[in-house]
Each structure stands twice: as C-alpha cells, then as structure tokens.
Ligand binder design. Structure first.
Ligand code: SF4
Length: 210
C-alpha cells in the first residue's frame, strides 16, 4: 500500500472532494456561514487534475461532497464519471426530474438525500430555506422506475444497479408452485400432513447407590 510523505497509508483514507462551497439552504446546524472561505465552485481543470492523480495512485474517491450543495455544480454528472463508484450527498431540494435522470445515467454508486426529519413542521426549522413537500415530491418524481430506498445503507439508489432486485422469475415460480399445490388438494381432496408428536417425558434418573 502506498504511503504519503508523513507515513500515512493512503489507501486507508477516505477521500472527499467538495465541488462547490455554495449552498441554497442555511441549515441550523451548518457552520457554513461562520467559515471565512469564499462561496465558489471548484475549477473544472482542478477537478480533472484530482481525478488524474487519484487514478495514478489507484485511490478511490468516496464522496463528491463535504459542505455545499453538489447539485449547484453544473458539471456534476461529468465529475461523477471522472470518479467511478463515487457517492453524492444532497439536500434534495434541487433534485428535479432532469437532474435525477442526468445523475442516474452516470457511474454514481450512491446518492444520499439528507432530510434530517420526517416531520414537515420541523423540517423548515432544521433545513432553513428548504421545503419539505418539494423534497418529498423530488424523491417521488425525480426518479426512474428503478429508483428506491436501500434500507441497509440508508440511501436512495438505482435499485437495479445496486443489485436490489426481486426477479420476476422467483415471484412467478412461487405463485405457480402455490397454485399447483392448491389444484392438487382440490382434485384429490386429500391432504397429507404430519401430526405433531407430544414431547416425550424425560427418562427417570437411575437409583442412587448410597
Ligand atoms: S444543505 Fe448541507 S451544506 Fe447546505 S446549509 Fe444545509 S447542512 Fe450546510
């Protein structure tokens, strides 16, 4: 495993690239406004350069996000494809149908939509500037047929790409087998079953010698 100048094992680190420090919300818990850095987008040539260096070092990019809203970055789909298997985290407010289609057509591994509460009345307090209904609508509408919730990883993903599928053949076979058994019972008017046995009594302990 390659090591950096300070002896850090580079492969054991988690890499995140913030494409933009801009955000359309001002969440209560976000330190964004107390930071002194400017609100701006990462220059595209820098993003490409990071991708090139990571390819050379064979290091995976984990997230295209740190703070800021990645959907404000116009070249997000291209950026995702520069880092195969990368994840994106968004507040979901801008995730309209077009964005969803564009993003799901990339090599994106996961998308995390941060809501923080399922109570519509609490949402605008936590996620200042956001509209709960809009995010819910975006999640419902801005998706392909295969878009859904991956409960194990707590993210919304393309279920087909993530391998979360219910093959039609399994469902069809289960239905066919159930119908076949039902038909057999009806035509033969016979059903064989096992009568459960009463639990046997424990054997008596041997007599004591003394
Ligand atoms: S959406 Fe994220 S980056 Fe934007 S204000 Fe909220 S916590 Fe901060």
């Amino acid at each position: 495993m390659s090591k950096g100048k300070n002896g850090l094992r580079l492969g054991s680190l988690k890499y995140m690239l913030e494409l933009t420090s801009r955000c359309n919300l001002r969440c209560g818990m976000c330190p964004m406004d107390v930071l002194t850095r400017p609100f701006e987008d990462a220059p595209w040539d820098m993003v490409e350069d990071v991708a090139r260096q990571m390819r050379e070092l064979k290091l995976p990019m984990k997230y295209l996000h740190e703070m800021g809203e990645p959907l404000l970055y116009k070249r997000l789909p291209e950026a995702i494809d520069l880092f195969p298997g990368v994840c994106v985290s968004t507040n979901g407010t801008l995730l309209n149908e077009q964005w969803s289609r564009d993003i799901l057509a990339t090599s994106l591994a996961k998308i995390r939509i941060c809501i923080d509460t399922l109570k519509p009345e609490v949402y605008p307090i936590v996620r200042k500037g956001g509209k709960f209904d809009v995010v819910v609508e975006n999640i419902r509408n801005g998706k392909g047929k295969m878009y859904g919730y991956d409960a194990r990883n707590d993210v919304y993903v393309d279920l087909l790409k993530a391998g979360i599928i219910d093959p039609a053949k399994v469902t069809r076979s289960a239905l066919e087998n159930a119908a076949s058994i039902a038909a057999m019972v009806l035509t033969t008017e016979t059903l064989v079953t096992e009568i459960p046995e009463a639990p046997s009594k424990a054997p008596a302990p041997p007599p004591m010698d003394s």
